[in-house]
Design a protein around this ligand. Structure first.
Ligand SMILES: C[S@@+](CC[C@H](N)C(=O)[O-])C[C@H]1O[C@@H](n2cnc3c(N)ncnc32)[C@H](O)[C@@H]1O
Ligand SMILES: Nc1nc2[nH]cc(C(=O)O)c2c(=O)[nH]1
Ligand code: SF4
Ligand SMILES: [Mg+2]
Length: 213
């Protein structure tokens, strides 16, 4: 868990506590399994609970307390927690969402869209992966990593979303992702796609450009 600025999509620049759930249904998180995984470009360590402010939380209240401790005191603005991962839809439930609400938080999710979502979320970002079927029926933003051979934008242009974004694929190696040629090439391709298809907007991973979490 960490406090940072949302670096992607329609809410870019907004302060939030990121709550990163471990495990995913589209990749084990082990490098030896990456090539064969449905999602094979993940830029995140999704294994274990030993990350920054990590742990195993047996109840919603304990988790909400840990998130609340990361939000600045008396700071104004609406507290915001972004549930991400790994795939947060494997673990997030209505009880946790309503505990966050009781503590004054707005609750967002970053999801691959392949699993049904609990009720009560305030902001849903769906980011489709490869051949995986999206089951989430409506989202606030669709944020498609581009290019993906098995997930071209045309497959998603009729999904119900308030915003459609292309996010250039960065190399899975976060350390050198800011400047590498791979990302520059993908950024150029995404830019060109958005110019030809104005339904789609370009989003860049601002936190990586800034060198923050
Ligand atoms: C690590 S995922 C976790 C949430 C969820 N499992 C998902 O895929 O949306 C968080 C965000 O990072 C994006 N992402 C992951 N790897 C990326 C990469 N190599 N380049 C650009 N975006 C990436 C995902 O598409 C998603 O929007
Ligand atoms: N700053 C920042 N913004 C983000 N937006 C989505 C992220 C994610 O990994 O889910 C992310 C992240 O890891 N860092
Ligand atoms: S990007 Fe999301 S869906 Fe893909 S492996 Fe990482 S956590 Fe799973
Ligand atoms: Mg990230």
């Amino acid at each position: 868990m960490f406090y940072s600025l949302q670096g992607e999509g329609a809410r870019s620049g907004r302060a939030a506590v990121f709550c990163r759930f471990s495990k995913c249904n589209l990749w084990t998180g082990r490098e030896q399994d990456r090539k064969a995984a449905v999602c094979n470009f993940c830029d995140t360590d999704i294994v274990g609970t030993d990350g920054q402010n990590g742990g195993i939380f047996t109840g919603a209240l304990a988790l909400v307390d840990a998130v609340t401790a990361l939000w600045p005191d008396n700071a104004g603005g609406k507290p915001y927690v972004i549930c991400t991962g790994g795939e947060p839809a494997l673990q997030l439930d209505e009880e946790l969402i309503s505990c966050f609400h009781d503590s004054g938080f707005e609750v967002g999710i970053e999801t691959n869209g392949t699993l049904p979502l609990p009720n009560g979320l305030d902001w849903i970002c769906v980011s489709p992966k490869g051949s995986a079927q999206v089951v989430v029926e409506h989202c606030n933003e669709l944020k498609l990593v581009y290019p993906q051979a098995l997930a071209p934008p045309e497959r998603f242009q009729n999904l119900s979303a308030e915003n459609y974004f292309l996010s250039p694929m960065a190399s899975p190696n976060v350390a050198d992702s800011a400047l590498d040629a791979f990302k520059q090439e993908n950024t150029r391709k995404a830019l060109e796609y958005c110019l030809v298809h104005p339904q789609w907007r370009l989003t860049l991973q601002m936190h990586k450009l800034l060198g923050i979490d």
